[in-house]
Design a protein around this ligand. Sequence first.
Ligand code: CUA
Length: 443
Amino acid sequence: MKGSDRLRRLASYAFIAALVVAVVSCNEAHPNTTLVPHSDLGREIDFLWNRLLLLGTIVFILVEGVLVFIVFKYRRRENQGTPPQTHGSTKLEIAWTLIPAVILVFIAVPTVRTIFITQAQAAPGSLNIEVTGHQWWWEFKYPEYGVTTANEIYLPVGRTVNFRLRSADVIHSFWTPQLGGKRDVVTNRTNYMWYTPDTSISSNVWNGFCVEYCGASHANMRFRVFTVSQQQFDSWVAGQKLPARFGAVAPVAPPGGPIPPSPAAPAVTTQPRAPGAAAPSAALVGAAQSSVAAVSTATVQAGYIFPREKIPDYAVPHSPIPPDLKFTAGLTGNAARGKQIFSSSACIGCHSIAGNPAAMGVTGPNLTHVGSRSTIAAGRFPNAAAYLALWIKNARKMKPEVIMPTLGLDEYDPVLKAKVTAAGGGLTDQQIADIVAYLTALK
Ligand code: CUA
């Protein structure tokens, strides 16, 4: 094969490979792509990216073209002596100083323009959300409405939202790829970011991430953004503003005695995942959900909640359960008893539940409406009884180095490197099942 043929073939392979990569990575089927923006901020950044990519491509092709041309045209030939040696050329020096300066002007103008647009203050009347990054979860407050939630936000489409970004500990970074960002969340500093979700994306879910390395569970510091209609948002806010309503309907669960588990729904059962299985079986999680549902049906859902069955797969966590973490099968939680246990255990030192005067801690996520959220542990697991039970039992096995202590009796705490004792507040599986029933009822 001649050299030029081989070169041509190699070039066509490289071209096809580049094309495949471009097509695969740029289409809308990739939910976490930043190349399909759905907000004004996203489009501004996309415009800048496209402009710089175009200019960079032109420069690359010109420079590489000239380089390859020179290499071939002036390559060493046989019987050729040393070419004439020169040093310094004022014309050349001026040319290759001026050309980059002109190119920089073309880059600087759109860059500065985008910086001015995205750094401007949000329009008056914007929806304010106070974001606090914690190791490793997100706290969201809607100051106008007195609503505090965690790891999930609802945004009305078409209304500008103004994020006030602060950190409770180390540096994090707030990013929802398809909506806009990313912006650092810096210790002892307040950063701002605003965008307006397009009206076309009502009834959608978006993944959000922490994108600044912030410790052992940095990768487990996620959140969900639900873009909803103004009406749905108003309804959601109305529901979230209410204190936890479980107390009023507590008598549903027979006090003192567990609800007999039905054969179809064997309660807060949970088992280790079979090696290689994609996720805990639907039957397992479904069974756990339905058993707790039996306790919580009396809780009237206060406001709009994004329907769980409409959440696309990309926004549903698929993290594996640690194989050595087990839970007694066949237990049924009693929500009223769970409330008592919760209110007299270590839980209240870290978590608040509006409507439960015992629970006023602020170290961990506010749990007032935890039952209305789709995930737990900052997006690491689905919010289902089976996961919640394991989470309470041994959170540090479920999510490395999490601050939430291990609570299961006789469980090994990987951070404290000790077993949890009864004297140390260890909870039995039945007690955990009760707490799960209580929390799941907090819609
Ligand atoms: Cu927070 Cu990474």
